[in-house]
Design a protein around this ligand. Sequence first.
Ligand SMILES: Cc1ncc(C[n+]2csc(CCOP(=O)(O)OP(=O)(O)O)c2C)c(N)n1
Length: 577
Amino acid sequence: MINKETNKLSIPKSIKKFSEVELNNLARKIRNFMIEKNSSTGGHIGANLGTVELTIALHKVFKSPQEPLLFDTGHQGYTHKILTGRSNLFSSLNKYGGMNRFLSPKESAHDIMEASHAGTAISVGLGIAKTRYLKKNNKPVVVVVGDSALAEGSSWEALNHAAVEDVNLIIIINDNGYAISPGFGGLHNLLSSDFGNAPQFFESLGFKYDGPVDGHNFSELVPAFERAKENPTRQIIHVKTVKGYGWEPAKKHPYKAHFSMPFNPDDGSLKEKVTKSYPDEAASCIEEMMEINDKIVCITPSTLYATGLNNVFHKFPDRSIDPGMEEQHAMSMTVGIATEGYYPIVAFQSTFLQRAFDQLIHDVCYADLPIMVLSTRSGFSGYDNPTHHGIYDISFTQSFPNLTVLYPKDGHELTVMIRQAQKKIKGPVLIMMPYGPANYLDVVEEKNVLAPELIYDGDDILIVTVGNKFIEAEAAAKKINAGLINLRIINPLPGEFLLKVFKSYKKIVTIEEAVLNGGVGSSIASLLIDNRISREVLRLGLPKKFIEPGSNVELSKVYKLDAEGIIGSILERWGKD
Ligand SMILES: Cc1ncc(C[n+]2csc(CCOP(=O)(O)OP(=O)(O)O)c2C)c(N)n1
């Protein structure tokens, strides 16, 4: 089945003429391959086991890429990758330079778009279909969208538009009832209702509705897709699938094994021990705070897995809200909660916080109410897509009025910061934390961690470091006898404090795991210019480009943000003296 030499799953050239038995055999082969490969590399195993038959049926009926197949988010595209000749790449998944976790035109002409953020495919698909209409190309465009991605605000905008367009767009709802956590809300209820309201709902919007179709049964899938191909205008096909289908351990997993780190294929147990992460640390602290303060409400838009809030949600179900993948709504809702005198803590994965950019500035900052926003996986975010790195949050919040932005140097400082910020900051506050296991440097219970700290003085170079770069910055500072500041507060910039310390130094180095443009280094350079103070400033951070996936260690090395890289850049700028 798997050719060990080429590491490739042998797939026959054309499945167009396959019988149902052959299709089922192929599905079994693909499923086994995925379990075997993902068990050693990790991957979106549950999400992909659910789309095996659906994707095979799509490739049987439609001719990719002329009849383009778009998968919303792209995390469920493994079968599509295998059927388009990429099985040999699976061993490199979640390795530096390895196969993309999502779909990417850089990998194959069969991948029409690269996403990784949910809720974009109906819009892109409609754009293609509309342009094809102008070009008089009437080949259908097929979009596969998950039931939760369908609940994204952008998907609703796209549906509203698609409902009145005379173009050949087929929307397939891959309804497994799950986001990563179990599905939620009116749309979820509508799709999972046994009483058949979904047809009326979509038909009254203006679509043709076909379904529900059993997404693991070729005798239902293939005819449904053939019917749609015959008459592809404004067509919705509602396909019911099971996340983790065909793999016993997924049944017991709380997220149906949506994604897993390397696992034991027999029981799904993880191969490596899980260590306490920054979000875990923050979540324990929130749990204790909610215990003593019944006015704290905790929210996360479908990112329980990245925010560690499971226990909080379990313990305080009435004061915990996961509205689904609805970042904009989650952010705006905090204003209502704060207006009523409660204290909302809303936790995002940094990359998805971008979805709530305007709600953060327009709703939260302008309201200027006590609201806490947590941004997890700020900085490098591992082997996800290049668009998943949380490297823009520092830059975009630098310009926001009323918002205090904090970034602690370690796990202790994080929890003290959350407590102090909740007690002392009257307006909105955003606290960032990095991906990965928490570090613990010193206990800071007694200190005010809402202000910067001069850790020690040095010779003529001063390093100003932001958040998780502290460890590498400190190692570099010690090597070259530089002074060191743990900045902690990155908006508003603590100008008075900085200018006072800068008096003793000729050379200033700033370090941040974020894009340099508009970042802390730029703000410090502006501070000096605005105060007509002349200093040499070396800004260390990331270039304005999409950064490849990689571990923190790998990427810190490549982008010279580890101690060695920091020293190298300093020596390159100023030489040895
Ligand atoms: C805007 C955005 N928010 C959150 C995520 C994280 N995320 C990735 S897949 C996923 C669940 C997707 O659920 P669904 O669309 O139903 O697809 P399924 O995995 O169930 O097939 C989530 C929350 C994301 N990729 N994009």
